[in-house]
Design a protein around this ligand. Structure first.
Ligand code: CO
Length: 469
């Protein structure tokens, strides 16, 4: 009885991911603004805790494939959804890329993201090196945004419940308003979720957010057990864009959790309208072949091999390209050994690529570390931050040669980027946002600026009166 009453007072918030993670996981982030523009005012009435709509790969994809200004997209979403908290994903000092940037760029990027419409910034570091999220967290708070600290979830002999709880305590001190457990590979089991949420709740009085993927089929159970342990917010995707490598379904979890007595603030009619809107959008991508059945199915290999699904398909693709699938078993054995040598980094971007490529190289060369990848060298030098565990000293000595190890925060060694980028761009940059796009993705931004210029010159030719749109 006591349990029933406490459940009734426990609210569960929903972060809808269709515009970012579901889009990124299922259709390679190719959803253009005009395909979802029509549903935004409806989504604004759903009662979501937040809508994840920016950051991650959306920024790059806008410039690279969709000929869209990502900043403009954000402003338009904000205008259509004034009552909903907009959320983005930020890779700490990597911002939206794969390498560390200087602080002037990180700070300005965070500040402009909030100025253009973002309310919540979820910030993580692939190695859980908190020095790499500090600047972004502090700037978020300073610019009036809500910082959410995300833990890159992984299992290894050097990762523990206590360790993750300690990270959460440190994050709170930095100023985050919630702790997100980020299981990007969808490998977290229901038991692990229950234990981890409980361990963090024990030490930190902040809302816990659970982020997982359906890849291995565990997600619904994992979310439920996380909620039972007290998680306040869950990431879900509208049902037609759920499952497989995406998040579990919004409507399904709203239904189940409400029935169990949890407080769910979603409007059932509205979330159905949202899904009805996206159904034909999904069908288009199925027809075009961009959405393939493989990403929608359950794949338990990641559980057997302890290697995330995305990484496993990369390994297979590399071996096939080298005509060396007969070495697959060997590579599967080598991968955890490389990870151990590197001090057990979580297998997330860019670490998963690093570990995978090195394992394949080690096997195909017939000798371990005969060739050491450029990124692995940079990692061992300290350019990505501190490894979670001890790295193999012999390997480190070999990789570094005469070069010195970086023990300080790598960003402290970087020159400021904004003024020099401004100078390079001259009047091609029309705003500080343009400069930021250019620093993040120089070639893509330049191509976009050119296309924008060209489109304008055409418009001027045929338009008599000046349009304000
Ligand atoms: Co994700």
């Amino acid at each position: 009885m006591a349990e029933e009453i406490s459940k009734k007072t426990q609210k569960v918030g929903f972060t809808e991911t269709v515009l970012r993670d579901a889009n990124q996981s299922l259709i390679a982030t190719r959803l253009p603004f005009e395909k979802f523009e029509g549903i935004l005012t409806t989504m604004d009435k759903a009662g979501y805790y937040s809508v994840e709509c920016w950051g991650g790969a959306t920024f790059d994809s806008c410039l690279r494939y969709l000929n869209e200004d990502p900043w403009e997209r954000l402003r338009k979403i904000k205008k259509a959804m004034p009552n909903t908290k907009l959320q983005m994903l930020l890779r700490g000092q990597n911002v939206l890329g794969y390498k560390h940037y200087p602080d002037d760029f990180v700070k300005t990027f965070v500040d402009r993201s909030i100025a253009n419409g973002i309310d919540i910034i979820r910030i993580f570091d692939a190695l859980n090196d908190l020095r790499n999220i500090q600047v972004a967290v502090e700037q978020t708070v300073k610019s009036g945004g809500i910082a959410s600290g995300a833990i890159s979830y992984t299992q290894s002999p050097v990762h523990s419940l206590e360790g993750f709880a300690k990270i959460s305590v440190e994050m709170k001190k930095m100023g985050v308003k919630s702790i997100c457990i980020k299981d990007m590979a969808g490998v977290m089991s229901p038991k692990e979720a229950y234990d981890l949420v409980s361990a963090i709740k024990d030490k930190v009085d902040l809302p816990i957010v659970l982020h997982t993927h359906c890849t291995t089929g565990l997600a619904y159970m994992t979310v439920l057990k996380a909620v039972e342990a007290g998680a306040e917010v869950i990431d879900t995707a509208t049902s037609c864009f759920s499952g497989g490598t995406s998040q579990p379904a919004t409507e399904t979890l709203a239904f189940a959790l409400s029935q169990m007595g949890y407080g769910v603030d979603l409007d059932t009619k509205v979330i159905k309208q949202v899904n009805d809107f996206f159904k034909p959008v999904k069908e288009e991508y199925v027809k075009s072949g961009l959405l393939v059945p493989k990403v929608l199915s359950t794949d338990t290999d990641a559980l057997n091999y302890k290697i995330p699904g995305g990484m496993l398909s990369n390994l297979i693709a590399q071996l096939k390209a080298q005509n060396a699938m007969d070495k697959f078993e060997e590579v599967l054995l080598e991968t955890p050994r490389v990870r151990e040598d590197l001090g057990y980094p979580p297998l997330v971007t860019p670490m998963s690529q690093m570990v995978g490529v090195q394992a394949v190289t080690n096997v195909l060369q017939g000798e371990r570390y005969k060739i050491i990848g450029k990124e692995v060298k940079a990692y061992l030098r300290g350019e990505y931050g501190k490894a979670p565990g001890e790295v193999n000293a012999e390997l480190k000595a070999k990789a570094l040669g005469d070069e010195k190890e970086i023990t300080c925060r790598f960003a402290d060694t970087l020159e400021p980027a904004i003024d020099s980028a401004k100078a390079e761009l001259g009047d091609r940059a029309e705003s500080i946002e343009d400069v930021l796009s250019y620093i993040a993705f120089p070639q893509q931004a330049e191509a976009y600026f050119e296309a924008r210029e060209e489109a304008r010159s055409k418009r001027v030719k045929y338009t008599v009166t000046k349009c304000e749109d």
